[in-house]
Ligand binder design. Sequence first.
Ligand SMILES: [Zn+2]
Length: 463
Amino acid sequence: MSAGSLFADHALLPGGWARDVRLAWDAAGRLTAVQPGATPEPGMPRAEGPLLPGMPNLHSHAFQRGMAGLTEYRAEAQDSFWSWRSLMYRFALRLSPAQLEAIAFGLYVDMLEAGYTAVCEFHYVHHDTDGHPYADDAELARALLRAAQRAGIGLTLLPVLYQTSGFGGAAPAEGQRRFIRSTASMLRLLETLRPACEAQGARLGLAPHSLRAVPPEALRDALAGLAAQDATAPIHIHIAEQTKEVDDCLAWSGQRPVAWLLDHAPVDARWCLVHATHMDADEYRRAAATGAVAGLCPTTEANLGDGLFDLPRWTVDGGAWGVGSDSHACVDAAEELLMLEYGQRLSRRQRNVAATAAQPEVATALWLSAVGGGAQASGRALGGLAVGQQADMLVLDAAHPVLAGLEAPQMLSAHVFAAGRQRPLAQAYVAGRKTVDAGRHPLRAEAQRAFVQARRELLAGGA
Ligand SMILES: [Zn+2]
């Protein structure tokens, strides 16, 4: 990598829009200067449109991109998350390391073209198809690292601890055999993966899958083991996504999932509570106060019929949040924000719900909050266009018909709310390196071919 600089007529800084901004970064891709009201140096590269901070995608199961579009039919009289999950398991059971790498590579290239400059990979398919560990226990995790490296996207790798099929230590189901590991084996896996992650600048964390998949002692031991390796590592957990999960947790412990977690785990700013859809007023207040990030996945939550997160109730207590594309039925940072805001509008019968007195432009408010929460959940310096943060940036295509002639904040509004399925994004930079130009990733054709081939093979395996 090499140092670089860029001049933007309009740039979205953490405090809001600024004019005539000169940015510079060092050879490691860290911003060393962000100066509004500057004059461009002679020959300095100029952004063709408004400059935005790149969006960290805080929740991804890469392999599920291969089954996007395959579960949109009636399989039961009343389809649910749980019938979707049984189809997902059948898919997960057939996946080879090469297929995972191809699907993830195609997905990550797509993400970069869609406004995501980093991804948190919640990785739970660990073992060979028969449920035995690979000769290299990190085989599938390494496939993800290679895919991210090749695409040029930043990565937070979150190997998933998965031990039981339900609350109270229910034995894992046969369909979960590729996910299961002991706590000791998980801690060894983290040690194995650490050098490879460090070599490519990826952050390594841990994801206890959910309270239904990780018994209390395992949760406690895994967190202690993780803290001994890296006391600031990110910790992500699926929580309170479905009402059945809430009911099962109540039956098991007498407490709702988020309340149980807050009482039994050291939840703080390292944590990302993925979904957290079903919380009562007390849980909203207590969870927001921990400093944990709410990991919202609006299009997946809509696709799976999870329910609606109550954003104002979370932010009134200062709660941090970010967005993830999760199952990848949709891969587009702007569309997640649109779906999030529209869910709030529909449930409250109001408009511009995420806007604030300080930031009345709703798309700007949404974008800045999601970058901040996404950065925190990533455990990496991705917190926007500020000195010390990584130069992860997007340039809006100011000449695109949807945006042309608008003011910079309106261009972002049009990108989020009016672009339909077009993507008026011209460039993406990761750590100061241009990974997308004229809306295209240079490896797009190759990545798409590999993706289609892998999916064809998986489908030929029979459903
Ligand atoms: Zn998930």
